[in-house]
Ligand binder design. Structure first.
Ligand SMILES: C[S@@+](CC[C@H](N)C(=O)[O-])C[C@H]1O[C@@H](n2cnc3c(N)ncnc32)[C@H](O)[C@@H]1O
Length: 249
């Protein structure tokens, strides 16, 4: 019987070496499973670029980033292996949609960038914008090394900080227009991380899951906030937009 759904994707990821690893074998013919995975990724890319269209230049940068990520996944767990067949919709489009929520932002800071979502994607999208910059803060050295390489191969305006967010946010030099953090911490903690930048005028965009209401309720215990909620284009989640946050006394 044909296996369908996430189970089949996991099997494809595993067989193609991208589950425990990432890169394809260097020698020999691509296996049927390699080809199946490649065609799933190609279809997923088409779907993602319909959700979040980009210029040819940005698409070329994103292609280089994805190729690098698949190669490094062999050495470092950058994304959940089960999401590899859907890298473009689950991670790339999910990150790109933030640009439309801050259309005039040029200077970004992404906290807890991990494998580069949304930070590297934002840097790729901003590469043609004069004066744009994206700060990426990550405390794991291997991931920070990957982020540096991703910024290099995509020739994007990213600055990688190998650092703890709490120690680093105050030291990001120059103003930031928009601060992001995805899959990093509960909302009330994210606000604590981002507040020094928001105090200087940055807006915050935090992608969140379906339990956003519970996170907002918890955050409101510690912070005076007026959140705007945007439905995610790529799933059941939400993006929380904040323009200010004041600690409750
Ligand atoms: C679950 S991953 C999410 C990565 C990425 N934002 C994404 O959505 O795919 C969280 C990342 O944040 C980093 N991180 C967690 N706490 C941190 C801190 N206090 N300072 C710097 N990085 C941190 C972790 O090392 C990890 O790479």
């Amino acid at each position: 019987m044909k296996q369908r759904g996430p189970g089949r994707d996991k099997e494809l990821s595993r067989r193609a070496g991208v589950g425990e690893g990432g890169a394809k074998p260097k020698f020999g013919k691509a296996s049927a499973n390699d080809q199946a995975l490649d065609s799933i990724i190609a279809a997923d890319k088409r779907a993602a670029l319909k959700l979040a269209p980009v210029s040819h230049e940005t698409e070329a940068r994103l292609d280089r980033y994805i190729a690098l990520l698949r190669e490094w996944q062999a050495k470092t767990n950058l994304v959940a292996p089960s999401t590899l067949p859907h890298l473009w919709t689950r991670h790339i489009a999910d990150s790109l949609q933030l640009v439309d929520l801050a259309p005039i932002a040029k200077r970004w800071a992404d906290l807890g960038s991990g494998g580069g979502f949304p930070g590297v994607v934002l840097a790729c999208a901003m590469a043609e914008t004069p004066g744009a910059s994206v700060h990426l803060v990550e405390r794991i050295a291997k991931k920070a090394a990957f982020l540096r390489e991703a910024i290099r191969v995509t020739t994007s305006p990213g600055v990688v900080h190998l650092a703890e967010i709490g120690d680093n946010v105050d030291r990001i030099t120059g103003p930031v227009d928009c601060v992001t953090a995805r899959a990093l911490a509960p909302l009330h903690q994210l606000i604590g991380f981002a507040e020094p930048l928001m105090r200087q005028g940055a807006k915050a965009l935090f992608p969140k899951g379906q339990d956003v209401e519970a996170e907002l309720t918890e955050a409101a215990k510690y912070w005076n906030i007026t959140p705007q909620l945007h439905q995610s284009r790529t799933g059941d989640g939400w993006i929380v937009e904040l323009n200010a946050a004041e600690r409750r006394s």
